[in-house]
Ligand binder design. Sequence first.
Ligand code: HEM
Ligand SMILES: *[C@@H]1O[C@H](CO)[C@@H](O)[C@H](O)[C@H]1NC(C)=O
Ligand SMILES: *[C@@H]1O[C@H](CO)[C@@H](O)[C@H](O)[C@H]1NC(C)=O
Ligand SMILES: *[C@@H]1O[C@H](CO)[C@@H](O)[C@H](O)[C@H]1NC(C)=O
Ligand SMILES: *[C@@H]1O[C@H](CO)[C@@H](O)[C@H](O)[C@H]1NC(C)=O
Length: 332
Amino acid sequence: MSSYSSSISSTALVIFFVLLLRGIEAQLSSDFYDDTCPDVYDIVRNVIEQAHESDIRIYASLTRLQFHDCFVQGCDGSLLLDNSSTIVSEKNSPANKNSARGFPVVDAIKAALEDACPGVVSCADIIVLAAEASVELSGGPSWCVLLGRRDSTTANLTSSQNLPSPFDSLQTLRSKFSAVGLNDTDLVALSGAHTFGRAHCRFFSGRLYNFSGTGRPDPTLNGAYRVQLQQNCPQNANPNGLNNLDPTTPNIFDYYYFLNVENNRGLLQSDQELLSAAGAASTTAPIVNSFASDQSTFFCNFAASMINMGNISPLTGDQGEIRENCRVVNDS
Ligand code: HEM
Ligand SMILES: *[C@@H]1O[C@H](CO)[C@@H](O)[C@H](O)[C@H]1NC(C)=O
Ligand SMILES: *[C@@H]1O[C@H](CO)[C@@H](O)[C@H](O)[C@H]1NC(C)=O
Ligand SMILES: *[C@@H]1O[C@H](CO)[C@@H](O)[C@H](O)[C@H]1NC(C)=O
Ligand SMILES: *[C@@H]1O[C@H](CO)[C@@H](O)[C@H](O)[C@H]1NC(C)=O
């Protein structure tokens, strides 16, 4: 009896240590490529700086890719896969189609890395590295990027169709973040990425003319700003017109996004709701106010939240693969 239970407990112990070791092996780390691709940080940065010479918006576009990758089956590069016989691309979801951009720059980074250290750096890590460098090059904070993710061999269009939407209520946004382990501080800090980049008229023109079927504009939208937006996005005209997300400093990563929201100049419904929705006062509004009052508080929290978002269920160890081409699964 006692030898039976002791053999059970030693089996349990072995299983425990195997799991522990796998857990350790599965940790992401900032020095993951130190031996295998020591110039990885410089290579990523050089490619995106070069892309920026002909595309001032590219830093914003690359930053957004981390969000759209990590929220869909984790930070695994699934966003980058194109349609094929085995893949229905996430690029077809409403959040991505004619919206997510920067894929050719990711390809250029991958090509440069394959030259320097073939088969080593994952596409999932490229996304996270490009986001950090983009924010830093735009005047925002820098942070210690954790690396060691591997690439998926699958995509999930359904999950991509469920990305947080600009038309979601605050409660829905909070629950979509919470479903991936991110709290209200992360929601507010990461929304601060709307300090740069552009948005198409189709994502906010409802607020200008007929908000939620009321026949009136969104009452939480500043009147002067609304008139300006109406000029840029005439009713029933070009839904693909582009507008700055931050009217104050459109290409700089700073805390003006939060000052805009405080002045009822959040562009998307989902931006303004962080301050103005019913239920915001006891959840996200105090966080908006704290970031609007001090840029360094926002920067610290943004960096921490990008790391949190980068930790959403990565593939590690011998899971997944290192794709040769970010758009296709190996040997397919
Ligand atoms: C809270 C939920 C969020 C919603 C509902 C949302 C929604 C949107 C929408 C509708 C656009 C405009 C897209 C277009 O017109 O093509 C946009 C752009 C953008 N978003 Fe978000 N977003 C959210 C969170 C985030 C997060 C977490 C990040 C990154 C940390 C981010 C970064 C960006 C950037 C940088 C742009 C501009 C991209 C460009 O110019 O190419 N967003 N977002
Ligand atoms: C990818 O496949 C989907 C579903 O089969 C299709 O609706 C979509 O148009 C395709 N996209 C591209 C870019 O070919
Ligand atoms: C895709 O994501 C949805 C959740 O959005 C999940 O229910 C479904 O199981 C996933 N599909 C696969 C094949 O993993
Ligand atoms: C969110 O989590 C962070 C730790 O990642 C913590 O510092 C912060 O206080 C939390 N925010 C809320 C609103 O619970
Ligand atoms: C506003 O939208 C609602 C619902 O979609 C519609 O019934 C109504 O006719 C629209 N009003 C105007 C003034 O366009």
